[in-house]
Design a protein around this ligand. Structure first.
Ligand code: CAP
Ligand code: MG
Length: 439
């Protein structure tokens, strides 16, 4: 028998100094349920996410004391919430196994009765943990080298309606968009291979459009081909894309899951393909600021896993809920070689061998929003415009041209309304949608 102790209390060690070479640190925002002491709640989170359960045990090998999560810092926030920093020794985790890692630090704890709500704000990875992950194959330089586009954002369109076109219709739209000036054409996140638009037929049509647009424009054109499906089917579609010589695939990374992503990441390397990551479903757990996981932490996990482009949303001019200052931090943590912040819920993160990811800004954009997008997020960016191209009064070709002109104007430092006097397509877009500013 071991001596009696308060089980959850032993996971709170305020005198512990995290070992930044050998500890993973998770920063949680914790809101305790009524009637529970802070230590009992934070200790429970550290226990259940590492080695413990709800009670003391009759068998407890000495090793366990080394493996346990240690809550070493607790900071009270306004209201009833607090920030808890918990350090986990890397020996707790299998090397390179992201799903199992998440089953620890993002598993049962979200449902514990004693937490009213719980949110992973940040996850710090030491090199000793990171070295088992590959990160992006291409990274920002690799993606730019595909297109040979430097110094401006990469521009593309997702045709709308998002699902419903036939392959023939998409071939025409793709050609119009690409010859209008877009760099890529993208499938929507929920377009897979429905009966009226089978993947193979779509591939034929879009690749024909790409060939034609490339020959005429002399520019590289790309299809972000959504292969989201069962893993075996994704593999088949990925190989088809590689056979066509198209350099990119797209996947709905959150929906397909971590082990599928890992598998596809390795295959993409074998076939030398970039990965465009759509984040559909993320808002189910990132949007609530008290519960789930932050988009910031998700961005870090996905950079580690190795996507080349990731959707991060827009500044406050788009259609989806977002806070400009938060979106800027997502872009920073994807791009920088050492991420730094003074915020209480963030840690400094060096990225070592892990290449940067190109952030993708998307959702309700049109030419009149782009000055704010580029002002907030810079030019190392993918700008993705759907309705803002397909909704152009004179059709998709002019819609694409208007986006390209807007970006030309911004990179030359010319106000959109001045550039529009000489560029009809841009003028027509601004007449319909105006120029939006973050007030
Ligand atoms: C954009 C989009 C994107 C969302 C994803 C859509 O179309 O294709 O999937 O923006 O958002 O279907 O809504 P529009 P995020 O340009 O027509 O809005 O990148 O923020 O995850
Ligand atoms: Mg979409």
């Amino acid at each position: 028998m071991i001596e009696k102790f308060e089980w959850y209390d032993v996971f709170v060690k305020r005198d512990y100094k995290p070992d930044l070479e050998n500890d993973v640190v998770v920063i949680f925002k914790v809101t305790p349920s009524e009637g529970f002491k802070i230590e009992d709640v934070v200790g429970a989170v550290a226990s259940e996410s590492s080695v413990g359960t709800w009670t003391t045990l009759s068998i407890l090998p000495d090793r366990i004391w080394k493996l346990m999560g240690k809550a070493y810092e607790i900071i009270k926030l306004e209201g009833n919430s607090l920030i808890a920093k918990i350090a986990y020794p890397i020996e707790l985790f299998e090397e390179g196994n992201m799903p199992a890692f998440l089953a620890s630090i993002a598993g049962n704890i979200f449902g514990m009765r004693r937490v009213k709500s719980l949110r992973i704000e940040d996850v710090y990875f030491p090199y000793s943990f990171m070295k088992f992950f590959k990160g992006p194959l291409k990274g920002i330089d690799g993606v730019r080298n595909i297109y040979k586009i430097y110094g401006r954002p990469i521009l593309g369109t997702v045709p709308k309606p998002k699902v419903g076109y036939t392959p023939e219709e998409l071939e025409k739209i793709s050609y119009d968009i690409l010859s209008g000036g877009m760099d890529y054409i993208k499938d929507d996140e929920n377009l897979a291979s429905p009966p009226f638009c089978r993947f193979e037929e779509r591939a034929k049509g879009i690749m024909r459009a790409i060939d034609k647009a490339e020959k005429e424009s002399g520019e590289r054109k790309v299809w972000l081909a959504n292969i989201t499906a069962d893993v075996k089917e994704m593999e088949r579609r990925l190989k088809l894309i590689a056979d066509y010589g198209n350099p990119f695939i797209m996947i709905d990374v959150v929906i397909i899951g971590w082990s599928s992503l890992n598998y596809i990441r390795d295959l993409a390397e074998e076939y030398n393909l970039g990965i465009h990551a759509h984040r559909a479903f993320h808002a189910a757990f990132t949007r609530n600021r008290d519960h789930g996981m932050s988009m910031f932490a998700l961005s870090k996990l996905l950079r580690l896993m190795g996507v080349d482009q990731l959707h991060i949303g827009t500044p406050e001019v788009g259609k989806l809920e977002a806070k400009t200052e938060e979106v800027i931090e997502y872009a920073k943590v994807l791009r920088e070689s050492i991420y730094r912040s003074n915020e209480v819920n963030r840690m400094e993160q060096p990225w070592y061998h892990i290449k940067p990811v190109l952030p993708t800004s998307s959702g309700g954009l049109h030419p009149g929003t782009l000055p704010e997008v580029i002002k907030s997020l810079g030019v190392d960016l993918v700008i993705q415009v759907g309705g803002g191209v397909l909704g152009h009064p004179d059709g998709p070709r002019d819609g694409a041209a208007a986006v390209r002109q807007a970006v030309e104007a911004i990179t030359k430092g010319i106000p959109l309304k001045d550039y529009a006097t000489q560029h009809k397509e841009l003028r027509r877009a601004l007449e319909k949608w105006g120029i939006l500013r973050i007030s």
